[in-house]
Every structure is written in C-alpha cells, then in structure tokens.
Design a protein around this ligand. Structure first.
Ligand code: X5A
Ligand code: ZN
Length: 690
C-alpha cells in the first residue's frame, strides 16, 4: 500500500545565528544528510513524496496557547539581538527569522502524514522535519523544539479522524516531556518514552522522567517512562525494552494508529545520547511496531546529531516501512544489568494498570516444575559447560563507521514462492507461484530414510520444498510457503532442517506448531534451536530443545511470542527460520500471521513456512501476505493469559534464563544464575563499557 515521505526544503532554513555550544548541533545538514542518503539508496524514489504544508493557526491551537503561537509568529520580524534575547527565555532554544515558517511546516508535515495513512493513501510513512517537536509545551519552546509536531498529530487524529486509541513511541534519547505533559491525563493516548536519565543527572533533569511517572487521573498507566541510568545501551537493551515492556502494553492497548517520535540521537555515535545501538536496530524497532494498528505507523523526525549515524538510521527506518526485511542485528544479544533494572522498575510501576504485566510479575518462579521434563528433574542445559560460549555467535562488535550495514538491502521486494498447487488462492502482488522442483534422484535420496516420504504426493511436495529452500539459501527468494501431506509433515521438516544446515545455514531456528517431535537424529551441536509450541507440557530438554503448550487465550499467545519465542530467537540470531504448522496445530489465522510477521524480523526475513496440504486457502493467503511484508491484521482487545499459560512461561523462563539472557525480565543475582556469567560478559568484550 506504500510509504509516504513528507518533506519540504524550506525546513533547512532555520539555523543558529550566534554562538551557543548547546544548540549548534541542531543544524540544516541533519535534513540534507538524511535525504541525500535516502536518494543514494534508492529509497526516496520508492516512497510517495509529499511536499509539507504549513499547519494552520487552528491546528497549532490543538496543543498550543494562542498567545504562544503569536509570540512565535512575531519572531519572523525580529532582528538578531532580539531573537537571541527571546531565545534566552527558554531552555536550549534558538529562534531564526524562518523559525515560524519551518515549525509550521514541521507540524503540517505530520498532519499530512496522518491524513495519508488514515485515508488509506499509504500504509505508513516518515516526515523528515525540523525543528523537532517533543520537548515543546503548551506555551513554551524547549530543547530545540518549537511546536510539538507529534502531539499536534495525535490531537488531530483524534479530532479530525475520530480515533480513540493512539500509541506514541518516543525512541529519541531525550525524554519528550512536552508530549507527556500534554497527554498525562488522557487515556486515549498511550505515551512511551525511553531516555538517557542517569538518575536525573541528564538533561532535562526532571523528576517526572522517572519510571514512577505513570500519568494522572483518567490517564494513569498511559504514560510509560523507561529511564536509562547508564550510557552505552545497545541493540539487546532496546529490543528487550520493546519485547518485555512496550509491546505487551501496546498489544493490550490495541492502538488504531502508531506515531513515532523518531529521534536518532539514541543511535551509536551520537554526541548527545552516547548510546551503542546500531542503525539496523531501528529497522527492528520499526518492524516490531508494524505488527500494531494494522501497520499504520507514522514516524516523525526528532533528534539525531551524528550525521552519518542519523542518515543510516533513517534509511533503516524507511526501508522497513517499505516492507523490506530487517538486516540481522550485530553484537552479542545480552541486555546489560542496568537496562534490566530499568525495564524491571518500569514494569513494576506499570503493573497496577496492565493485565499483561500482572500475572507474570506476581507469580513466583516454581522451584520444582508443575509440568516437567520426562526425566522429572530440571533438564541438563547446555551439553559441555556454561552458557556464554554456547550457540550465541561471537560477531565482533561492529563500529558504525567501519561497517554501516552488515547486510545489503534487498534490491527486490520480498517474494514468496508457493509450492502448494492444491491450495488455490489469489496470490498477493509480487508473490510468485513456484513451478520448479528439485531433481528426482536428489529428492529420492533425501526421502529414502523416511517411510512417510515414500508416497508419490509426499515426494512431489518434498521436491518443491527443496527447490524453494535452495532458492532461499542462494538469495533468489527471500521467504516461502511450502505444503506437504499431513502424514509427511514431520519427515519433510526433518529433511528441510538437514538440507538447510548442509547448504549454508549456520544457525537454524525451527518453530514447530502442533504435534511435531524434534527429529531424533538432529545433532546437539547448537546449530538448530528447536521450539515446539503445542507440546503437552512445558519442557526445556536442553537450551536448544524447548517445548511449550499452545496457549489457549490470545493474551497467553502474545506473552508466549513476546516473552519466549522472540527472546530466544533474538538471542540465537538464526540465519534461517522454519515455521511448521503441523498436525493439530490449532493456530487461528490471525495468530499464525502475527507469529510469521514477527519471525520475519529474524534471519533477514528468510522464513520458510511449512503447511499441511489441507490447510485453508485463507491461511496460506494470510501467511503469503505477511511474509511479503504486509501488516498482520490486529488481534483486537486481548484476553488475559490463563494461569496455565503463565505457569508454563514462568517455568521455561526459570529454566532458560541462565542461557538465554534475552528472556530476563527481572533481576536475579547473576552469580546464582551462572557462575561464569560475569566473566563471559566481560572477558571477551571488556564489558560493553557499562
Ligand atoms: C529534539 C532533541 C535535545 C535538546 C538537548 C539540549 N532535543 N541539551 O533531541
Ligand atoms: Zn533528542
């Protein structure tokens, strides 16, 4: 459906006219650097280009006082000295004769974007604007911000489009206190912000930036602050914050629209933020938000002062909005202790207001499993010693400037090859119906050890699957769907895993739904992570062999995905993902779509879905659409997880946390978890600088 890019060259006009070390970083090149890079990458050309319009007086009045708007209007005719004097009345602000025009364009750009998305002209978009907006208040400029672009867009979406639930995600490294003040008592706007805080010692030095500021009156629980108390937060910390804090609340809130205060001063290299997240991380953050609100995501630029980092991060965001798969994340996926403390304190502060947080944090981890592994004792975890040197790959921490992008953006939009001739469905645009098949002898050789693959139909299906898998491993096709007779599902999956591993996959994640057992002769070498959803009981037979029952309620399904599947997947960093909907999988279409959509964030989007031949065309169709990058349908208001679902999740978390640090949501003495943990973390990387 398309991505809008809203811009106007006039917004490069405003600039600092005098000496001010604090303000000099907010300069015109921020916009030109971002736009030039988008052009270079061919991304701008793929967007619907919209020329920004000025917001009207009435539109600015949705958020700002008339007196403040006329004060800013008057700056148009002031001389340099008067401008400087007026600027001095605010914190970290400069005015320029063009400021009023630029700030009206910045606010107007957001409104155009909201209109384009809510009228269905596009699916999502980015407004490249300055001045930024999130610090600006009803009657005050602040922190380079003049009008509060995102807040005005939210108020406008409510008033003009009649929306009732808007999520604002502020991933800028500063606290958007302006947005917080404007909506703190409004339950129709859920405001999430993470920010450099350092226990209050970082700008804007506000007590109300801490996690215990949760909103007021009707708006209690609709302000979510995640203060970072150390610099150096990286990819693992940001992804963990999304999985364990933002997304559970966001799904429960069920927004109709997502607005992003997209500041990139939270990226590596930025002089303000001093954080470590690489540009690819913003592809993942964007991707994770696209499963909400039917994919209606409007991002607006806020901060971002390292031009190289800014330009790359903007490209990652736009590329993901366009539906390209996210490049794999670099670096060890282990959140740091300080990040975990922050996430836990924000979860604790929000728990009274959100069902999705309640059960989990009050249920004690069972010391002996309520459901247990066949041996009836805690399973042996990793064969051969303490965790950290386990499966987790050891890529060198990449420096942004040496290696701005690990994985080149795909030149073609995601294609899905279907090998299921029996599933008659209307193919979504640019989804290819695959005709090819692997050579007969080769197929037979792979099938030979499996009795269930002897039948002609099973062999035919296997031949097509092998051909598809090769296409994916060779990089001709990004993702695919294959079908198999129900009786051959387990054997076909077994062959797919073997073939994947022998044809270039280094780490293969297999998510098996329904009655599918781990292939008995699969090597325990850490190259395959086997996750069965639909097992009879929760069990971790090793850190690479996990099984959990299919949650009955939507709420349980969501906590299973966010609290177990994705943390394991992000920790494992696979380069190929197999999702098999096996016998009795019991998964509803929208749930299957959400799972597939979220797994597409792994392995550069290399996801192969295996269906049974008698699956409905609706199921195949919905999977084909999410695998090519469309948003999954929203699940609607979610029910609570059942006590059994929570129990299973808590048990597995207890078992697996020592090995898979992305699962952690609470602090447990590290020494108790894993005697080697501290050494492993420090030894190799010198402790991430935290
Ligand atoms: C939008 C933004 C930062 C202001 C920092 C003042 N503002 N020290 O990033
Ligand atoms: Zn900022």
């Amino acid at each position: 459906m398309g991505t809008a890019l809203v811009y106007h060259e006039d917004m490069t006009a405003t600039r600092l006219l005098w000496d001010d070390p604090e303000c000099e970083i907010e300069r015109p090149e921020r916009l030109t650097a971002a736009l030039d890079r988008l052009r270079q990458r061919g991304l701008e050309q793929r967007c619907l280009r919209l020329s920004a319009r000025e917001a009207s007086k009435e539109e600015l009045g949705l958020v700002h006082s008339p007196e403040y708007v006329s004060l800013v209007r008057k700056t148009q005719v002031l001389g340099e000295e008067e401008l400087q004097a007026l600027s001095g009345q605010f914190d970290a602000i400069y005015f320029h004769p063009s400021t009023f025009h630029c700030a009206r364009l910045a606010a107007g750009a957001g409104l155009q974007l909201v209109d384009a998305v809510l009228t269905g002209a596009v699916q999502n978009g980015l407004a490249l604007v300055r001045p930024p907006g999130h610090h600006s208040q009803r009657a005050a400029a602040n922190g380079f911000c003049v009008f509060n672009n995102v807040a005005i867009a939210a108020a406008y979406a409510k008033q003009k489009h009649g929306l009732h639930r808007i999520l604002i995600v502020d991933w800028d490294v500063h606290h958007g206190q302006g947005i917080q003040y404007l909506f703190e008592d409004d339950p129709s706007v859920l405001y999430f912000s993470w920010h450099r805080y350092e226990h209050g010692r970082f700008w804007p030095f506000l007590r109300e930036s801490d996690a215990d500021a949760v909103g007021r009156g009707q708006g209690l629980g609709f302000t979510v602050n995640l203060p970072w108390n150390q610099v150096g937060m990286g990819n693992a910390d940001y992804v963990a914050a999304f999985l364990h804090l933002l997304l559970p609340l966001a799904f429960e809130f069920d927004p109709e629209l997502v607005l992003v205060s997209a500041g990139f001063d939270s990226a590596i290299g930025d002089p303000e933020g001093q954080m470590q997240a690489t540009p690819e991380c913003f592809a993942h953050l964007t991707h994770l938000l696209q499963v909400l609100a039917g994919g209606r995501v409007c991002a607006m630029l806020e901060g971002g002062y390292h031009l190289e980092s800014l330009a790359e991060s903007v490209c990652m965001t736009v590329q993901t909005l366009l539906g390209d798969p996210a490049p794999p994340l670099s670096g060890l996926m282990v959140p740091c202790q300080s990040a975990l403390e922050s996430i836990q304190s924000a979860r604790a502060a929000q728990a009274p207001y959100w069902k999705s947080l309640q059960l989990q944090d009050v249920t004690p981890v069972p010391t002996s499993p309520s459901t247990h592994s066949p041996e009836g004792r805690p399973p042996p975890l990793l064969p051969g010693g303490p965790m950290c040197k386990a499966a987790v790959p050891a890529p060198a921490p990449s420096s942004l400037l040496d290696q701005p992008c690990l994985c080149p953006a795909p030149s073609v939009r995601t294609t899905v090859a279907l090998t299921a001739p029996d599933i008659t469905l209307v193919l979504p645009p640019d989804v290819i119906q695959q005709e090819g098949s692997a050579l007969r002898e080769e197929t037979e050789a792979w099938a030979r050890p499996h009795e269930s693959l002897a039948r002609e139909e099973a062999l035919t299906a296997l031949g097509k699957l092998l051909y598809l898998l090769d296409g994916m491993l060779d990089g001709q096709v990004n993702s695919g769907i294959a079908a198999t007779p129900a009786s051959a599902a387990a054997a076909t999956l077994d062959v797919a895993i073997q073939r994947g591993l022998s044809h270039g996959a280094q780490r293969l994640l297999c998510v098996a739904l329904g009655q599918l057992d781990r292939p008995p002769d699969l090597a325990h070498d850490g190259r395959t992570l086997w996750l069965n959803i639909g097992g009879k009981e929760a069990a971790a037979l090793s850190m690479f062999h996990v099984s959990t029952p299919l949650p009955v309620m939507t709420g349980g399904f969501l906590s299973c995905i966010l609290g177990l599947v994705l943390p394991l997947a992000y920790g494992f960093q696979p380069d190929l993902v197999l999702v098999a909907l096996g016998p009795g999988h019991g998964l509803q279409g929208p749930h299957a779509a959400l799972l597939a959509a979220m797994l597409r964030g792994l392995a550069g989007g290399r996801v192969l879905a295996l269906l049974e031949e008698d699956s409905t065309p609706q199921l195949a169709g919905i999977l084909a659409r999410v695998l090519r990058g469309e948003a999954p349908p929203s699940l609607g208001p979610s029910s609570v997880a059942s006590p059994e679902d929570v129990q299973a999740l808590m048990y597995l978390r207890g078992q697996l946390e020592p090995q898979w640090k992305m699962l952690q949501v609470r602090l447990i003495a590290e020494a108790w978890l894993c005697p080697g943990a501290r050494l492993c973390r420090r030894g190799r990387w010198g402790g991430q600088g935290k």
